[in-house]
Ligand binder design. Structure first.
Ligand code: F7E
Length: 268
């Protein structure tokens, strides 16, 4: 059913109430994934991977006054611009927010995914000291809201939940680290991720939900946000080389990190 009051374009996003069903006539039926944080580095790579495996992918995006879907532009086709579903990848975007339980429930009930990937967060460690309440609301309580929405929608159809945790949860615990290493978070961001981790464990143990945690260490790519240190430095080098700036200011230079590189070969 169309809702004429719903927003119709923001980087090609379509409101939940306005979402046209993606055709499901292919046999066997496609698996359906719902991804939060789809506009981010990891969400965009995960979407490419899932599409390459034949999934139908739905992403949740936040309202923004600027377009924020640049990392998806090469795979996303606005249904208004490409009306034929056969000519578009099986992918849709919906407005929702981890701070808004009702939007999560509505999106889940509409999409009825087989799998839910929670990659959304206020993900900047240093910024979490400046906006701790917001970080906790989105990164910790947001995961709880999503788990509760999954628990309720899973009464209609079984769903699997994945929570993206962070090596920041280990904090000051010395390496080597494993699944058995105790957490010692050292920032509001890290503490929020620990809460989200344990909410996920609790929903598995209390309700029997298929809910699992990953622990992601730093990983980089051409799609890495420009305020994380690697892109800050590489971007500054390029700008210095072409004369657009002369200096780069960095913070803590004694920090040590293991870094990975996630991109796949282009599949779309
Ligand atoms: C796994 C984990 O990975 C990321 O968190 P992060 O490691 O803090 O990422 P980063 O690239 O901002 O900092 C790396 C290190 O470099 C130091 N550093 C020095 N000078 C500057 C500087 O000027 N800017 C920044 N951003 N960092 C600086 C900074 O203090 C830190 O020690 C997120 O994806 C997070 O979501 C996550 O889960």
């Amino acid at each position: 059913m169309a809702d004429s009051s719903a927003p119709h374009s923001n980087g090609g996003a379509v409101a939940v109430a306005d979402a046209e069903a993606v055709p499901r006539s292919l046999a066997p039926p496609r698996r359906v994934a719902l991804v939060t944080g789809i506009t981010g580095q990891d969400g965009s790579y995960l979407t490419e991977l899932l599409l390459s495996k034949g999934y139908e992918v739905h992403g949740l995006i936040r309202r923004s006054s600027n377009f924020n879907t640049q990392r998806l532009d090469h795979i996303y086709h606005d249904p208004h611009a490409t009306p034929s579903a056969a000519l578009r990848p099986p992918m849709r975007l919906h407005y929702a927010d981890l701070s808004d339980s009702s939007s999560l429930r509505r999106a889940l009930d509409h999409v009825l995914p087989d799998e839910v990937y929670n990659l959304a967060a206020q993900s900047h460690v240093a910024v979490s000291f400046e906006i701790p309440d917001y970080t906790a609301d989105v990164t910790a309580t947001g995961a709880l809201r999503l788990l509760e929405a999954v628990r309720l929608s899973a009464k209609t159809k079984p769903m699997r939940y994945y929570q993206a945790g962070s090596s920041e949860m280990f904090g000051s615990t010395p390496p080597p680290q494993s699944e058995a290493t105790p957490f010692h978070p050292r920032s509001p961001y890290a503490a929020a991720k620990v809460a989200a981790h344990w909410y996920t464990v609790n929903y598995r143990e209390a309700y029997g939900l298929f809910a699992c945690n990953g622990v992601l260490f730093n990983h980089e790519s051409p799609r890495r946000g420009e305020n994380f240190v690697t892109r800050k430095i590489t971007r500054a080098i390029g700008r210095i080389k072409v004369g657009l700036q002369t200096k780069v200011f960095l913070g803590n230079l004694s920090a040590a990190r293991d870094w990975g590189f996630p991109p796949l070969d282009p599949v779309i």
